[in-house]
Ligand binder design. Structure first.
Ligand SMILES: NC(=O)C1=CN([C@@H]2O[C@H](COP(=O)(O)OP(=O)(O)OC[C@H]3O[C@@H](n4cnc5c(N)ncnc54)[C@H](O)[C@@H]3O)[C@@H](O)[C@H]2O)[C@@H](O)CC1
Ligand SMILES: [K+]
Length: 545
């Protein structure tokens, strides 16, 4: 897997490496600038031939230092390079100052101002090296104006100017993926076609606005890979409590075969066994006319690997469900007493919420499900997936839910449901905290795994382990925003978690989110929720590779 670092973690890694004497800051800056140039020329091979023109905006810190290295490297290739500095050359930190002075031996540095930039010839490449991990406050208006190079409205064919961002488009907070604003005006957002990140992707590249603003994000290895990086990024291991990771088939900087991840997370792909070896998943359904959501969850649990799946529904909904279910079993269960009579030790996962209805009855069934434990009889406790109405039923008393949840529970809210359970962590109250930070707090408070949906789905478990699944760029699936898709995800987690040999719930949940997105990609536009479980066999067939 790949780590997602915060700005502070990145600084600490750099500092440790520099203090160990293994490398100097100047060497790292040279590798960063050189790597950015090589990455841009690899992306745009037409720029690798001949001489072109670059316009480089440098900032007052080390991000600016990278910009001066880029200027020198491009000039060495015969390019014409215009360099502008936001700030004062004498105030630059030492490594950036060294590169500033080296550039002065080759060319000029002009103060950053809209008039002087507008007077330049149209560049082929625009380089944003103003701020990277050191951004501390909103951008001044003047910078917003000049960073939006395509909107400066001076050059013909401005839309075709290629925009390279060093570490990030300036203004983006690399911890949160947000663009800080002064609160009075909506922030102007500056974007790039290519963002070159160093050593590892940062959380802000994958969260919130990050993926939209950064364009294509590529990582340059600047030789910082510490001794523990491989260990921390190992597939299928418990998540590192400090460093979030990306739920994707990647290991450090390389693609990982799908059979290693997520293939190894899917018990049924790994071996032979009796149907009971793959566990029994139960999905609780709502009353008449409301059973569709639970049936879709059940179907996805069966397709994803549970040996048996049973839908439990109130007695008056039996006929309706019986008309729709074949391979999935059906039992009447209207209250906690009936539930306790039906559920035996073979039941290894439970899914509650989709279509159940909001209220006391659902609360009572959730309590009964969370009280069904097998630990004292030598079994792992059943995994309990709580979604939709199972969450909303506790909107008035979230603490009552958190008193019941246990380590084998996963809550799968969307932003609205999350806000009901964790009002102080809702999107509107998040402040400077990233989505990763707030889901970590939520997981600690609930004492279980929490998955907060979105294009940037975040999964966290108590103690800090966290993972991000990004459905953006090549993996964007706008058609997944369809009624019932969440019910399918809940069932998918329940199905993958059901086998007795399933990995731990956090790892299963990471794999489920990836598979859910992959099933949607496999189907393509026009998808409706019912299609998702039916795409799973096709997705599984690709996991042998
Ligand atoms: N330290 C190193 O050895 C390396 C650093 N690297 C580069 O260095 C960057 C980080 O450098 P820094 O920590 O110096 O941070 P930055 O260069 O991102 O910015 C820091 C400077 O910007 C100012 N500032 C922040 N927000 C501002 C705002 N809104 N308006 C005006 N001024 C603002 C700060 O006061 C500070 O002077 C990375 O993003 C990366 O590009 C790379 O060269 C790799 C090696
Ligand atoms: K930048």
């Amino acid at each position: 897997m790949t780590e997602l670092l915060t700005s502070a973690q990145m600084r600490a890694i750099e500092l440790a490496e520099i203090e160990s004497g293994a490398v100097t800051g100047l060497q790292l800056m040279e590798r960063a600038g050189r790597g950015a140039v090589e990455t841009a020329l690899a992306k745009w091979p037409e720029l690798a031939k001949g001489r072109h023109r670059a316009l480089i905006l440098c900032g007052p810190g080390n991000n600016g230092g990278d910009g001066f290295v880029i200027a020198r490297r491009l000039a060495d290739r015969g390019w014409s390079v215009d360099v502008f500095l936001y700030g004062d050359g004498s105030g630059l930190p030492p490594d950036a100052k060294t590169n500033h002075d080296l550039w002065l031996e080759m060319g000029r540095v002009s103060p950053c101002a809209p008039e002087t930039i507008r007077a330049c010839e149209r560049p082929d490449l625009f380089v944003d090296a103003v701020f990277g991990t050191g951004l501390t406050r909103p951008l001044p208006d003047m910078l917003n104006e000049v960073l939006d190079v395509r909107l400066m409205n001076v050059w013909s064919e401005a839309q075709s100017i290629r925009r390279l961002a060093v570490d990030c488009p300036s203004g983006l907070n690399l911890d949160t993926g947000m663009v800080p604003s002064d609160g009075e005006t909506a922030p102007r957002v500056n974007s790039a076609d290519l963002t070159v990140s160093f050593h590892s992707v940062k959380a802000g590249h994958k969260l919130a606005l990050g993926p939209v603003l950064c364009g294509d994000v590529r990582t340059v290895d600047i030789g910082l890979t510490g001794p523990d990086a491989a260990e921390r990024a190992m597939v299928g291991t418990a998540p590192d409590p400090d460093r979030a990771r990306l739920a994707a088939p990647e290991f450090l900087h390389s693609d990982l075969p799908l059979r290693l991840w997520p293939g190894s997370m899917i018990a049924k792909l790994r071996g032979q066994g009796h149907k009971y070896d793959y566990g029994h998943a139960m999905v609780l359904a709502g009353g008449p006319g409301r059973g569709g959501a639970a049936r879709m969850a059940a179907r996805s649990a069966l397709r994803s690997g549970a040996g048996l799946v049973t839908v439990l529904c109130p007695p008056d909904a039996l006929t309706e469900n019986a008309c729709h279910l074949d391979a999935i079993m059906l039992r009447a269960c209207g209250d906690p007493d009936a539930f306790r009579q039906i559920v035996d030790d073979r039941v290894s996962s439970l899914c509650l919420g989709p279509g159940m209805g909001v209220g006391e009855e659902t609360r009572a069934l959730v309590a009964a499900a969370l009280a069904h434990r097998r630990g004292d009889r030598g079994w792992r406790d059943p995994a309990v997936v709580l979604d939709a109405d199972a969450l909303t039923s506790f909107a008035d008393a979230p603490d009552a839910l958190f008193a019941l949840t246990h380590a084998r529970t996963v809550l799968t809210p969307h932003e609205g449901e999350f806000a009901r359970l964790f009002p102080d962590l809702a999107q509107s109250s998040r402040g400077q905290r990233s989505k990763i930070d707030v889901v970590r707090i939520a997981a600690d408070r609930a004492g279980c795994v929490v998955l907060l949906k979105g294009e940037d789905t975040v999964i966290a478990q108590p103690g800090g382990g966290a993972s991000v699944h990004s459905a953006t760029g090549a993996r964007a699936v706008p058609w997944l925003a369809t009624a019932g898709a969440g019910d399918v995800l809940a069932g998918l987690i329940a199905g993958l978690a059901a086998p007795e040999t399933a990995p731990d719930l956090f790892c299963v949940t990471e794999a489920a989110v990836w598979l859910h997105c992959e099933a949607a990609r496999c189907f393509g536009p026009g998808l409706i929720a019912e299609d998702l479980p039916e795409m799973l066999p096709k997705v599984f067939s690709t996991l042998a590779r």
